[in-house]
Design a binder for this molecule. Structure first.
Ligand code: IPE
Ligand code: IPE
Ligand code: MG
Length: 232
């Protein structure tokens, strides 16, 4: 890639697994399997390029209303990637942090998630946030209730510290694949000044080059944060 301004934090809405599989006359479960493989490939590439934080939307709270058969597939994939295949995650060489309400998962999955988080705790070269059973409105309501329970008023900094992303810089760039142009309850508070990039590619076919194109597109944008451009 030519000289570019790299986003420090990229968030990814990995959408389109089911449609990608359907177009190939395969079950949705196949799309999810290929989707997870692509997640590792693309996020590893992002870290290799020098991105410090990558946050992926892997399962939304609303996704839990999908048919049981699909949820079984998704839970099995999560189980596998935090146990038998956890090397795939560990090979990324970055700290892994799972964000979301883990109480929905069976105890074995929860324990394995906590183990992987613990094993990667001291890795400081990058941070990989995996959002599982995550919903931004739920996160905001929980943060409000936490502040109320503590009987205190908040300001922007103390409020964002109460969010599940607490303490992290906001995403500079949010990429959504799958052709839909919406956030679907992802990082609503944190996205206030994020640059948004939408790709028509389905997630399993989103390539390293597609990621680079998104970053190049970001790099050419003028982020004003409500201010005016400096005069030359
Ligand atoms: C994204 O792909 C993965 C999850 C939401 C778990 P989808 O499963 O939403 O795939 P489409 O959008 O139906 O193609
Ligand atoms: C967003 O995709 C959630 C994830 C990618 C995990 P959805 O497929 O759930 O979003 P909608 O339903 O099209 O808004
Ligand atoms: Mg979808």
């Amino acid at each position: 890639m030519r000289r570019i301004k790299l986003p420090a934090h990229i968030a990814l809405i990995m959408d389109g697994n089911g449609r990608w599989a359907k177009r190939r006359f395969r079950p949705r479960s196949y799309g999810h399997r290929m989707g997870v493989q692509n997640m590792v490939r693309i996020c590893s590439h992002a870290f290799r390029l020098g991105v410090r934080i990558v946050t992926v939307y892997a399962l939304s709270t609303e996704n839990l209303f999908r048919p049981k058969e699909e949820l079984d597939t998704l839970f099995d994939l999560i189980r596998t990637y935090f146990s038998k295949k956890k090397d795939k995650l560990l090979e990324m060489g970055v700290k892994i942090n799972v964000i979301g309400d883990l109480s929905v998962f069976p105890a074995d999955i929860r324990e394995n998630i906590l183990r992987v988080m613990d094993e990667t705790r001291s890795l400081t070269d990058g941070l990989f946030n995996i959002c599982l059973d995550y919903g931004s409105r739920q996160e905001i309501v929980r943060a409000v209730n936490a502040a109320v329970a503590q009987g205190r008023f908040v300001d922007e900094a103390s409020f964002s510290a109460l969010l599940q992303t607490g303490g992290l810089p906001d995403p500079d760039l949010i990429i959504r694949t799958g052709g839909e142009v919406r956030l679907s309850n992802f990082l609503l508070y944190q996205a206030a000044y994020s640059e948004l990039y939408f790709s028509n590619k389905m997630w399993p076919e989103f390539s390293k080059r597609d990621l680079e194109k998104a970053i190049e597109n970001y790099s050419a944008r003028d982020r004003r944060f409500g201010n005016v451009e400096e005069e030359d």
